[in-house]
Design a protein around this ligand. Structure first.
Ligand SMILES: [Mg+2]
Length: 215
């Protein structure tokens, strides 16, 4: 008998995309609430970054400091209030079929830069949150590689482990943990950048994922 496979999923650009400005707004509003200072995500390469790192860069750019724990808590509360009620049409192609196919015989987990309640709420509104009993979220480790390690340890994975994501940082996080990486072109990574970081597979979207890719 082969050991049960584990598949770790990024959220933005991988499971869902174009989920609206509410996530960015929650970060901006949280900093304003706690520090009184107006900041922006403009000019910050948020794609593939962890939310706490984005918050840090926003505050550095405005020359402001604040208690990160308080700001992180505020951002999650604010997102709760403004998250769109229905994000089901934002689920990336092939995702729903794939999750249905994997749920019985594969351990599934999230590895995402989203703060936990933001990521949870987003997937809940997209109708796919229930597939993921465990998630490693942005505030749980300092790097994406650390988040992947957290998920792997939590699951106690013994079989093949794959991380699926849309950004170079996802591929690097997989490499740091010695696990397989699958890059999908459903995010906003410019052409060529995924090839450059040499994931094990690159797919246009998750309709192309085959069982062979995960073994
Ligand atoms: Mg992503």
């Amino acid at each position: 008998m082969t050991a049960r496979a584990t598949v770790l999923f990024d959220i933005d650009g991988t499971l869902v995309r174009r989920t609206g400005p509410q996530h960015r707004l929650a970060l901006v509003e949280a900093i304003r609430l706690v520090t009184g200072v107006e900041t922006t995500t403009d000019g910050i390469p948020v794609h593939g970054m962890l939310d706490p790192d984005i918050l840090r860069l926003m505050m550095d750019a405005a020359g402001v400091s604040g208690d990160m724990g308080v700001i992180v808590a505020a951002a999650q509360e604010i997102y709760d209030d403004i998250v769109p009620s229905n994000l089901r049409d934002k689920v990336c192609p092939g995702v729903l079929d794939l999750l249905e196919r994997l749920r019985g015989n594969t351990s599934l987990a999230l590895v995402t830069g989203n703060l936990s309640r933001i990521g949870r709420r987003k997937l809940e509104r997209a109708g796919i949150g229930h597939f993921f009993p465990f998630g490693a979220f942005g505030e749980m480790a300092p790097t994406r590689g650390g988040l992947a390690r957290l998920a792997i340890e939590h699951i106690g994975a013994e079989g093949p482990i794959t991380l699926i994501g849309d950004a170079p940082q996802d591929v690097l996080a997989a490499r740091e943990n010695g696990i397989r990486s699958i890059a999908v072109r459903t995010g906003v990574t410019p052409p060529g950048e995924l090839e450059a970081c040499e994931p094990d597979y690159i797919l246009d979207d998750l309709t192309q994922l085959l069982a062979d890719h995960l073994e």
